[in-house]
Design a protein around this ligand. Structure first.
Ligand code: GLN
Length: 464
């Protein structure tokens, strides 16, 4: 089949199902078909494909800027914004010949775990339309599960790639902080944000990861190391032999200190551990005593950084502008525009962050959270002296019902297992781990040291 046919088939699928799923905020049929035709033409000329994924279409989270295509980040304030430039990730995809089908739905500014905080309505879970597809990258994950796209891109600040992957039965990877450029990725919490690949198989994720990773002088936190051979690692894992691999089960993510896992999730996790043993891995229990404090530290660090990052949406340089009628001062226009442009969760976080950073509280809140962050990173370092990878369930429960988690704190619990990795800056994957007793997908989380993504792809491919 031609790239054009494959792209057309996915566009047709989007037309067929997306009015129900709401995975896409914007579909660029013309642009995607043009990119596909260019791939077909270059192959017909006998040229080498630009990448192994040339002609394979992709759904891009609406947090990445796309030249000439709207980029809303799920927010009213950016509703009509069309960026004049491409994010580095966008540029790399275009150069690799990957047709971009459109932009996917997300919680506003990536704050949330269900995509219900999107200003443009929630994304529904293709497995059960009464349930959420996770968040903040619910659109990217749902587009894969609904076969609207074979590949997608997400961003993961506290779990927004891995948690939706778990809730939709797909694969999602948070790369090492600095491995994928953040240039042109709308900032939420700059020291935690990281873009990464989403796919239906581990090998597809590896091929996509290789395309988007790499040093970028436009991102000052980008790491200057060669992109590892991830597809090779996935193929090696695919042979199903994990002898010589040491796997650590994180004790603190098994018991969850008070909060409870759904029984079907626990059963799936125990079965996954047994399967890793059967594949030849040595499995031991490992203690990471500071992991239980991760959630609290995250909800100081992420809002603090967001309050600073979101100050740029001042209705002057860009963003929604209201009350600009010549009768209001600039400050009144700014206040009214921010009031109208941001949703409740974003406002809550800006207030929390502003408070935590204010003089007099800075040391008590932000300072303490940074100390916890160091302790969590040390837990990982100690663990990785003993084992090659760590495992846990990706989420405590399967996909919850729309509207079921109305309290922010209940919602925050969805990321209990994913946040430690963001705090430490290392890498982790969620790989499908069968179905729970409620018939919904469960994810297995595999965590590795910084820049050791090969281990994730090897173990993930062996397991899937
Ligand atoms: N759910 C978490 C939050 O609301 C993580 C979001 C993310 O990774 N972008 O902050």
């Amino acid at each position: 089949v031609s790239a054009e046919e494959v792209t057309k088939a996915h566009l047709d699928r989007i037309t067929e199902v997306d009015s129900e799923i709401n995975a896409f905020l914007h579909v660029d049929a013309e642009g995607a078909l043009a990119a596909a035709r260019a791939v077909d033409a270059s192959l017909a000329n006998g040229e080498q494909p630009a990448s192994p994924l040339a002609g394979v279409p992709l759904a891009l989270k609406d947090a990445f800027t796309t030249r000439g295509m709207p980029t809303t980040c799920g927010s009213r304030t950016l509703e009509n914004w069309v960026p004049p430039y491409d994010a580095t990730v966008t540029r790399k995809l275009r150069e690799a010949g990957v047709p971009i089908l459109g932009k996917t739905n997300m919680d506003e500014f990536a704050m949330g775990s269900s995509t219900e905080n999107s200003a443009f309505g929630p994304t529904l879970n293709p497995w059960d339309l009464t349930r959420v597809s996770g968040g903040s990258g619910g659109g990217s994950a749902a587009s894969l599960a609904a076969f609207e796209a074979p590949l997608a891109i997400g961003t993961d600040t506290g779990g927004s790639i891995r948690q939706p992957a778990a809730l939709t039965g797909t694969v999602g990877v948070k790369p090492t902080y600095g491995a994928v450029s953040r240039y042109g990725m709308v900032a939420f919490s700059s020291s935690l944000d990281q873009g990464g690949p989403c796919a239906r198989t581990v090998l597809d994720a590896a091929l996509l990861h290789e395309i988007i990773a790499g040093h970028d002088p436009l991102d000052s936190t980008s790491i200057d190391v060669p992109v590892p051979a991830l597809a090779e690692a996935a193929r090696q894992g695919g042979r199903g032999d994990l002898s010589g691999v040491k796997v650590g089960v994180v004790r603190e993510l098994r018991e969850l200190g008070g909060a409870s896992y759904q029984p079907g999730v626990v059963a799936s996790f125990e079965a996954a551990v047994a399967q890793l043993r059967e594949l030849g891995a040595e499995v031991v229990e490992i203690s990471c005593p500071h992991f239980p404090y991760s959630l609290s530290a995250y909800y100081l660090i992420a809002p603090s950084e967001c309050s600073s990052n979101l100050a740029r949406f001042d209705a002057m340089r860009y963003g929604l502008r209201v009350a600009d009628d010549g009768e209001h001062s600039a400050e009144e226009v700014m206040a009214a525009s921010r009031e109208a442009g941001f949703g409740p969760e974003v406002k809550l976080r800006i207030m929390l962050g502003t408070y935590a950073l204010s003089a007099g509280y800075y040391e008590a809140y932000y300072g303490s959270a940074q100390k916890v962050r160091t302790l969590v990173a040390r837990d990982f370092m100690n663990a990785f002296e003993q084992v090659d990878v760590l495992v846990s369930p990706t989420t405590p429960t399967t996909a919850f019902r729309l509207g079921e988690r109305a309290e922010p704190l209940e919602m925050y619990l969805a990321d209990l297992c994913t946040i430690p990795t963001n705090l430490a800056g290392n890498t982790a994957m969620s790989v499908p781990s069968g179905l729970s007793d409620d018939g919904l997908p469960v994810g297995l989380q595999i965590m590795a040291p910084a820049l050791a993504e090969e281990r994730l792809y090897r173990v993930g491919a062996a397991y899937e």
